[in-house]
Design a protein around this ligand. Structure first.
Ligand code: NDP
Length: 300
């Protein structure tokens, strides 16, 4: 939050008052900013009017109201639809709508062609974490460095800010990379609960064990980063690939004994076996990154 007096706080226009947009609007209102909101379905913006926001009748009106325009809509297509026909000249457009890096780059070029500066954002938080500094929620930003520097204090009101570069696609790339890692973690959690469920083991007792184990294992990401930086995947290896692949057989036999489908595990195990088959049994798992990069049929 900024120490500026209320009167000097930057007024904000917010397009989209869904779950996330409403949380953002409330955080800016709480921080003393004037907030103009627009939502495709006007009724969904009305509760914010009662909390002090100005509700614009059209997206064009909302964009005209303030220089700083935040979009938090469903997807990139909805951003295009909402902003079609609005005057973006001299606007600072901050797009917090989740999308791909290519969508962000195209949207940046699209906005700049209409006279706006553009910053893309990837929100690493769920709505209850917005406006709650101790929640640890933050937003990746990339794109115009000038826009980010100028509005950093305002952008920091709802959540922490992490600027990751001038390439407008980088915020989305960081966002999606973290979400993809989370997806793998959820797959593992799901399989683990399926294994214990047929037995007299309370999921509530098991959950803390799972959390502690995943927390203890997560720093392995640093070992992967070191390997990718040096190109040597055999340094400081404590669990080599040959041993891990042998261990996989136990994981699969246990799944069979518990009558649990191994389908969440087998794609990763197949990659481990392929890397081992190429003669890399003394590495950790870092070489699998190379297998993914050269995957046949990967879209360009
Ligand atoms: P909601 O489904 O709650 O809201 C979606 C918003 O997009 C609504 O304002 C909706 O308007 C609007 N919208 C959809 N289609 C169009 C369109 N064609 N034209 C104009 N407006 C449209 O989603 P959230 O608020 O939760 O999510 C918004 C963004 O935030 C998404 O990109 C999401 O990925 C991202 N996000 C959300 C998180 C979450 O936990 N909720 C976490 C991190 C990121 P209407 O009311 O008229 O339907």
């Amino acid at each position: 939050m900024t120490d500026n007096p209320v009167a000097s706080r930057t007024p904000v226009t917010l397009l989209g008052t869904g779950a996330m947009g409403s949380a953002l609007a409330r955080a800016w209102l709480a921080a003393g900013h004037e907030v103009t909101v627009w939502n495709r379905t006007p009724a969904r913006a009305q509760t914010l009017a009662a909390e002090g926001a100005t509700v614009a009748r059209t997206a064009a009106e909302a964009v005209t109201a303030n220089r700083l325009v935040i979009a938090c809509l469903l997807d990139d297509a909805s951003v295009g639809e909402a902003l079609e026909g609005t005057d973006l000249s001299s606007r600072d457009l901050v797009n917090l709508t989740t999308g791909t890096p290519a969508e962000a780059r195209a949207r940046a070029a699209w906005a700049e062609a209409r006279g706006a500066r553009y910053l893309d954002g990837g929100i690493m938080a769920v709505p209850p974490m917005i406006g709650v500094p101790q929640s640890g929620g933050y937003v990746f930003y990339s794109g115009s460095p000038d826009l980010f520097t100028e509005h950093r204090d305002t952008l920091a009101a709802p959540a922490g800010t992490r600027y990751v570069g001038a390439d407008p696609g980088f915020a989305a790339l960081h966002d999606v990379a973290l979400l993809s890692a989370m997806s793998g973690m959820f797959a593992g959690i799901t399989h683990a609960f399926a294994l214990i469920r047929p037995e007299d083991i309370a999921p509530k007792d098991f959950a803390p064990l799972l959390v502690d184990w995943l927390t203890a294992m997560a720093p392995a990401a640093h070992q992967t980063a070191d390997g990718l930086a040096t190109g040597d995947y055999t340094r400081n290896v404590v669990s080599n690939l040959a041993m891990q692949v042998a261990g996989n057989a136990t994981l699969l036999r246990t799944a069979e004994e518990q009558r649990v489908s191994p389908e969440l595990l087998t794609p990763y195990m197949a990659l481990m076996e392929r890397r081992l088959g190429q003669g890399h049994g003394d590495e950790d798992g870092t070489g699998i990154v190379e297998l993914l990069e050269s995957a046949p049929g990967t879209p360009a």
